[in-house]
Write a protein that binds this ligand. Structure first.
Ligand code: NAP
Length: 140
């Protein structure tokens, strides 16, 4: 069972009503919106966190100096640096691309690891980008 745009409060309602939680919750998650509260709730309830818009829709996030610096340090693209930030933390990222070349690029993110400092540098972008969608108003 999977849900999307469920906050911990929404998950509480269904778990309380049914005794069962979903296997996966797909939420908007990137270095701009790290969703620590939801991730902690998921971890405590055996729910997989799936990141949608994981590379910030391919917009400003990929030009952030912190992202570009990590990418340059590893000889990868900014999208790959951000996707490694997800996968290294156990997040399931679902980047969208209409380009076969970018599809290949976006899958090729398992041959390098970000350092703790690099992970922290991307975490520090939390809250600095465009506002995320509010699940109480959108997405169910
Ligand atoms: N559950 C929900 O409410 C919800 C809401 C929004 C999105 N989603 C899902 O989340 C998935 C992805 O989210 P998203 O499309 O919003 O954002 P995203 O995957 O973060 O970004 C997609 C954009 O990034 C570009 N891109 C892809 N790979 C790239 C690369 N390597 N370098 C530079 N640009 C790149 C794409 O352009 P090209 O196609 O030209 O490569 C596209 O414009 C989709 O499957 C979508 O259905 C779910």
């Amino acid at each position: 069972m999977g849900v999307s745009n469920f906050t911990p409060a929404h998950l509480e309602v269904i778990i309380e009503a049914t005794g069962v939680g979903p296997d996966v919750d797909q939420i908007q998650l990137s270095p701009y919106w790290t969703q620590q509260e939801a991730r902690a709730y998921h971890l405590g309830h055996a729910i997989v966190t799936e990141s949608y818009s994981p590379i910030g829709r391919g917009l400003e996030l990929l030009g952030e100096p912190a992202v570009v610096a990590v990418a340059e340090a590893h000889g990868v693209t900014p999208a790959q640096a951000v996707l490694r930030w997800h996968t290294q933390q156990g997040l399931v990222a679902i980047p969208k691309s209409a380009s076969p070349q970018r599809l290949v690029e976006n899958l090729d993110v398992f041959s390098f690891d970000l350092t703790p400092e690099e992970l922290a540098a991307l975490d520090a972008l939390n809250g600095t980008g465009p506002e995320a969608a509010d699940p109480d108003k959108f997405g169910h």
